[in-house]
Design a protein around this ligand. Structure first.
Ligand code: SAH
Length: 508
């Protein structure tokens, strides 16, 4: 059986600028061949057993030659694999997709192309520059600034005459030459120019100037490839149309320490607000198996008058087991359900259960207060939860009635890498670290090592609530701010408000 190759345009860099078809191919791929311009996060969407091959190039310092890349993709497909060749932007815009297609055809390998948003258009858009505009440019021209043979010249005379927007790709090494030639052939010296570095990514940086001075601006600001060079009057619109860099958390580097399984909502919200999210999972949830106690208590669930859930993980593990044993939500019968936290209550809703009690504050103390109002000595409470949870809940409720605590999962150290986080901290690339539970604090400290603890005092530590804050303080660290509502949304609000308040202070 022969495989097939999908040449996929991964878009300019923003994770959400991939096509639905591209995503579908990535999900089904056996092999993904990718380079540095495609967002690496797409790889998380692949199958568990998908093989990844990096063929990145950096200017003239090629990791793999084009011939080698051609061979790799053809060879994998001939082995019967479904191969995705992931390319930045659009595969046919200076992506050498055409050459790869021709080669595959020669080898008798079937292929398909999935277009992507090219950086030449999408990148400008995220910099607030519309590539055409009725008042400024009625055409656009996308030009390579890196000629195949460096002695080969572009037709500068023709280019200088064009009234439309000129976009140079791969042009940074030749920026000076490009500007000089355009001026020499008649373009006005004060024609606006923008350089867009890492367009559409959270680290996007844009500088503007004119054909005459942009070279100095680039030197001064230290702008490097990959960058787009935009020449034309449309650059003037940037001050008005710059929606991306005006996002509230744009330019902020925020570390998320939750487990990978739980962090998607937080990451999505932060990305939407323009932040650069550094995923650093300090914890991993591991279900305790086998768990005879859990099995038995589910079988006699009708004996309990209350079931208390303290986390989303607890809910999911509990209900998975319940289904596995052949039951469904009806097994809960008349038992009342209590949940700490909105996330926990939401997880219950997925199983068709509406929590009877959700304490106002999302901590055990508040739940105990609520339960004290309703339970009596006849009640029997079941609490399936994390093995390392605080004793408070069980101790207090046991004073009133019978309580069965079942440990259903362990929170173990996550896969965050020590060197990575230390590098980020040393390079000053971290503005905030978010902690959403005590375990995230303890584990980050453990991963960093006590000797590196002080590095954390240089960044703003944001805590989800008082328990987590106490843990932060117990290591001698400073809590920058604590969420008013002890939820993920509460943490997001803190970050948003911090920027707004910071801006107000700066302007005063
Ligand atoms: N096929 C790609 C272009 C590949 S050529 C596309 O359609 O976008 C590589 C050049 O594209 C880089 O040298 C740079 O000039 C530009 N480029 C690609 N992605 C970019 C990005 N996110 N930010 C700035 N420039 C980018």
């Amino acid at each position: 059986m022969k495989g097939k190759v999908y040449l996929i345009g991964a878009g300019p860099g923003d994770y959400n600028l991939l096509t639905l078809k591209g995503l579908d191919c990535i999900k089904k791929a056996d092999v993904i061949v990718y380079d540095r311009l495609a967002n690496n996060r797409f790889l998380d969407e692949a199958k568990d057993d998908c093989k990844f091959i990096y063929v990145g190039k950096q200017s003239s310092n090629h990791t793999k030659t084009q011939d080698e890349i051609n061979e790799i993709i053809a060879e994998q497909a001939l082995k019967g694999k479904k191969v995705v060749r992931l390319k930045g932007g659009d595969p046919y815009v200076f992506g050498r997709g055409g050459e790869e297609g021709e080669y595959l055809l020669e080898k008798g390998v079937k292929f398909e192309v999935v277009p992507g948003i090219t950086s030449a258009i999408g990148g400008l858009c995220y910099a607030g520059i519309p590539i055409t505009h009725r008042d400024y440019a009625s055409s656009f021209h996308v030009i390579t600034g890196h000629l195949k043979d460096s002695s080969e010249e572009l037709n500068w005379r023709a280019l200088a005459k064009l009234k439309g927007t000129l976009v140079f790709l791969m042009g940074m090494a030749n920026l000076n030459r490009i500007c000089e030639n355009l001026i020499k052939e008649g373009k006005k010296k004060d024609t606006p120019v923008a350089i867009i570095n890492w367009a559409t990514r959270p680290e996007q940086k844009v500088v503007t100037g004119t054909l005459e001075n942009i070279h100095q601006v680039v030197l001064k600001e230290g702008i490097k490839p990959p960058s787009l060079i935009v020449v034309g009057d449309v650059v003037r619109l940037r001050s008005k149309l710059n929606f991306f860099e005006n996002k509230i958390l744009f330019g902020k580097n925020i570390v998320v320490t939750r487990s990978r399984a739980q962090n998607s909502k937080l990451i999505e919200s932060l990305n939407t607000l323009g932040a650069n999210v550094i995923e650093f999972p300090t914890i991993k949830i591991e279900e305790i198996v086998p768990n005879l106690e859990l099995k038995q208590s589910i079988k006699k669930l009708q004996d309990y008058t209350y079931i208390v859930f303290t986390s989303e993980n607890g809910v999911n593990i509990f209900f998975n087991k319940l289904y596995e044993l052949g039951f469904d939500a009806r097994k809960i019968g008349k038992s009342k359900i209590a949940a700490i936290g909105n996330g926990t209550a939401k997880a219950l809703k997925n199983y068709g259960i509406r929590a009877d009690i959700i304490p106002e504050r999302f901590v055990a103390e508040s739940l105990v207060e609520e339960l004290k109002k309703v339970v009596n000595s006849e009640d029997k409470i079941l609490i399936p939860r994390a093995s390392e949870a605080r004793k408070y809940l069980v101790n207090e409720l046991s004073k009133i009635c019978s309580v069965t605590e079942i440990k259903i999962y362990n929170t173990v150290k996550g896969e965050g890498n020590k060197e990575d986080i230390i590098n980020f901290l040393d390079e000053g690339k971290v503005d905030y670290i978010t902690f959403t539970s005590s375990s995230t604090v303890k584990n980050l400290v453990e991963i960093l090592g006590k000797e590196n603890l002080l590095k954390l005092n240089k960044v703003k530590l944001v805590s989800i609530g008082p328990i987590t804050s106490n843990t932060i303080k117990s290591f001698g660290l400073k809590v920058y701010k604590e969420a008013y509502k002890y939820t993920i949304n509460g943490v997001i609000d803190i970050l948003k408000n911090d920027i707004v308040e910071g801006n107000i202070n700066e302007n005063n």
